[in-house]
Write a protein that binds this ligand. Structure first.
Ligand SMILES: CC1=C(CCC(=O)O)c2cc3nc(cc4[nH]c(cc5[nH]c(cc1n2)c(C)c5CCC(=O)O)c(CCC(=O)O)c4C)C(CCC(=O)O)=C3C
Ligand SMILES: [Fe+2]
Length: 384
């Protein structure tokens, strides 16, 4: 009997004491807009005209970005799902570019006794913007917190790990399939125009270490979503991958086609109906409510195209459950690694290799071969 005794119930989120929901941040009101934009673009070579234009996008919505409310909703949904599973893991929320800042979220977790924290970023894809730039923010936030706490030089107050880019997690794909199926119900013959944030070609090229590049990750998600739609009993839709929110000087090449240009090509080729699916964004950020719902839908109207915007994954149950699955998976990997054992195979779909939990040296740089000059947490080599 003794041998068959049930195993001790295991704490599925050990060794983590807290979850950091790490996001981009956005202004909460008109006075925040310019200081926020200066934070985002410091040293990035974004022309002033572009900044003024983006400021207008925010003022169009009363100077407040929808992203903060969406992150609060996601934080609440994660807390509810952890609670439902009986997992005792507090969730703190911190941003790279606006309050509440990462450092303050980590300070709160630390004050509550957290010494090992897991980060979940609100970007599903690997690139400088969606991965390493967050990791640089983690490092500098830990440095700043160490100073506040009076720690000796070079010592960090807690250990921070990160969940891999999760574009290839079945729940992210499934939530996008649901959203596209719902949109297609309103426009049954539509062509599906997937959209993500454009990045400079140089960033695209540097995003591919140990796996596919930023655009290749999106092509794979688009293919899997279209396949998922077909498997739901619908037809296999025709689809394209397009980009929005280009900035930078016109002389600098960024990923194309722009969604508006592409709608024009489609209309010229006789397409009459489109579903616009923002697979590059986990919730309805400013890029979605302005660049898509305001600009791209207006372009479609002018072209006489019927256009329906599919939801971003937001706080759909299937997505939130998947994020908590990723937390549990990452914790199991940490326990295995700590015990000198191999980590279990990460759950993923599609043909690309899953991104590693611990970033490889030199992964996701801003530009290949160019050191950003900033140290980054959650990688084997903070410098590379
Ligand atoms: C790949 C990617 C994502 C997706 C991954 C992720 O989600 O993290 C993303 C998200 C976001 N980008 C956002 C806002 C901005 N991005 C900017 C500028 C830039 N983004 C870039 C890339 C990305 N950005 C790049 C290469 C630049 C050029 C400057 C640079 O090289 O860094 C600028 C400056 C003005 C402009 O140039 O447009 C703003 C205001 C917001 C908040 C929106 C809201 O308020 O709801 C979010 C979620
Ligand atoms: Fe951006």
């Amino acid at each position: 009997m003794a041998l068959d005794a049930p195993q001790q119930p295991q704490n599925l989120t050990a060794p983590y004491d807290a979850l950091l929901l790490a996001s981009f941040g956005g202004p909460d009101g008109p006075d925040d807009v310019m200081p926020f934009l200066r934070n985002v673009t410091a040293g990035k070579g974004i022309p002033d005209e572009r900044l003024a234009e983006v400021a207008e996008h925010y003022h169009h919505f009363g100077g407040a970005s929808p992203i903060n409310g969406q992150n609060l909703a996601l934080q609440r949904a994660l807390v509810a799902e952890l609670d439902r599973r009986g997992l005792d893991l507090p969730v703190v929320w911190g941003n790279r570019n606006w309050t509440p800042y990462t450092k303050d979220a980590l300070a709160a977790a630390h004050a509550d006794g957290a010494r090992r924290v897991l980060a979940l970023v609100t970007s599903a894809y690997g690139s400088y913007s969606g991965c390493r730039q967050y990791r640089e923010d983690f490092w500098s936030s830990l440095d700043a917190l160490a100073v506040d706490l009076g720690l000796p030089e070079g010592e960090h107050p807690l250990v921070l790990d990160k969940i891999r880019p999760y574009f290839d997690h079945p729940a992210f794909v499934a939530a996008n399939v649901d959203a596209v199926v719902e949109a297609l119900a309103q426009a049954p013959d539509a062509r599906v125009v997937f959209v993500t944030h454009s990045v400079p070609d140089t960033m695209e090229e540097a995003s591919g270490y140990a796996g596919a590049t930023y655009s290749e990750q999106h092509f794979e998600v688009a293919r899997l979503v279209a396949q998922g739609v077909a498997e739901r009993g619908g037809r296999a839709p025709e689809w394209d991958l397009t980009y929005c929110s280009r900035s930078g000087p016109p002389s600098q090449p960024w990923l194309e086609p722009d969604v508006n240009d592409h709608l024009e090509s489609l209309a010229a080729a006789g397409v009459t109906s489109v579903v616009i699916a923002p697979i590059g964004f986990v919730s309805d950020h400013m890029e979605v409510v302005f660049d898509l719902d305001t600009e791209a839908l207006e372009t479609a109207r002018e072209l006489g195209l019927t256009a329906v915007r599919a939801d971003s994954v937001g706080v759909r149950d299937v997505f939130v459950r998947g994020l908590v699955d990723l937390v549990v998976e990452r914790a199991a990997a940490a326990r295995a690694t700590d015990a000198g054992q191999p980590a279990p195979e990460p759950v993923h779909v599609g043909t690309l290799p899953p991104r590693p939990d611990v970033c490889a040296p030199g992964c996701c740089r801003r530009q290949a071969g160019v050191d950003s000059g900033r140290l980054a947490a959650c990688g084997v080599d903070p410098r590379a």
